[in-house]
Design a protein around this ligand. Structure first.
Ligand SMILES: Cc1cc2nc3c(=O)[nH]c(=O)nc-3n(C[C@H](O)[C@H](O)[C@H](O)COP(=O)(O)O)c2cc1C
Length: 219
C-alpha cells in the first residue's frame, strides 16, 4: 500500500482486525498521516466535551531512548522475571506465550518505532476518579484504528507509568497533566491484521441482571 493512501474496509471489519502490533519497522511515518490520525483521534468522546487532552508527538531518538530504558526496566520487573513460567505455561498469565514474546520484543525495541504518540490528559494528575481515563481512551482507540487504516500498527502501552515524574519533567508537561499511555506506531514487519482472540461475546454479556446470559446461537 502506498504510504499516504488508506485502506477502505468496513468499520466493523476494521474493529475486528486491529490487534496490538509490536513488530514494527523504523520507516518514518509522513507528517501528513500523523496529522490525519490525530485529527481522527480528537473526534472521540470526552466528558462534557472538555477535550482536556494534548497529543504529544515524539520522534526524537534521545527522548525515546531515555523513556525506553525505564519501560524495559518496568517490563522486566513485571513480566520479564516470569519469562520461563509464562512461556512454559506454568504461569497462565492472560497475556499468553505468543503475546509475551511480542511484548518482550516491543520492550526491547520500543525506541526503534519511528513515532510515539503520548496522549496526555489535563487536570487529572491528582484525580481519585476511577473513571478518569474515560475522557481519553475512546479517542485513543480512534487513533489506533485510524493508524490501522494507513497500514500502521500500534499498541496501547502503560508500563512507563512508574516513571511518570521523570517523563513529565523530560517532556516539560505541566503539573496537572497525566500521561495516559505511550503508543508506539510503525509499519508492521511481522504478523497480520488478524482478529484478536477474546473470551466469547456470550460469556461476557449479561442481560438485564448480573450473570444472566443468553445463547447467541438462537438469534
Ligand atoms: C491499560 C493497558 C495497558 C497496556 N500496557 C501494555 C504495555 O505496557 N505493553 C504492551 O506491550 N502492551 C500493553 N497493553 C496491550 C495489551 O497487552 C493488549 O491490549 C492485550 O494483550 C490484547 O492484545 P490484542 O488486541 O493484540 O489481542 C496494554 C493495554 C491496556 C488496555
Amino acid at each position: 500500500m502506498d504510504k499516504k493512501s488508506f485502506e477502505t474496509i468496513s468499520l466493523i471489519d476494521g474493529l475486528h482486525s486491529t490487534p496490538s502490533r509490536r513488530y514494527l519497522s523504523d520507516t518514518p511515518i509522513p507528517d501528513e498521516i500523523i496529522w490525519n490520525i490525530i485529527d481522527a483521534a480528537i473526534r472521540g468522546p470526552s466528558g462534557g466535551n472538555k477535550q482536556g487532552w494534548v497529543w504529544m508527538v515524539i520522534r526524537d531518538k534521545n527522548t525515546k531512548t531515555k523513556i525506553a530504558h525505564w519501560y524495559l526496566k518496568n517490563w522486566n520487573k513485571v513480566y520479564g522475571i516470569r519469562r520461563k513460567e509464562i512461556l512454559s505455561g506454568i504461569d497462565d498469565d492472560a497475556l499468553g506465550p505468543k503475546n509475551f514474546l511480542s511484548a518482550d520484543h516491543l520492550a526491547n525495541h520500543i525506541q526503534d518505532a519511528p513515532l510515539w504518540i503520548i496522549p496526555v490528559l489535563r487536570d487529572v494528575a491528582d484525580s481519585q476518579d476511577p473513571r478518569v481515563g474515560s475522557s481519553i481512551y475512546g479517542a485513543v482507540q480512534n487513533l489506533m484504528l485510524a493508524a490501522r487504516a494507513y497500514g500502521i500498527g500500534s499498541t496501547l502501552t502503560a508500563l512507563h507509568s512508574t516513571n511518570e515524574t521523570q517523563i513529565k519533567s523530560l517532556l516539560n508537561l505541566p503539573d496537572d497533566a497525566l500521561t495516559m499511555a505511550i503508543i508506539p506506531l510503525g509499519y508492521p514487519v511481522k504478523g497480520r491484521w488478524s482478529q484478536p482472540k477474546r473470551k466469547s461475546v456470550e460469556e461476557v454479556t449479561y442481560w438485564e441482571s448480573w450473570n444472566v446470559k443468553r445463547d447467541r446461537a438462537k438469534y
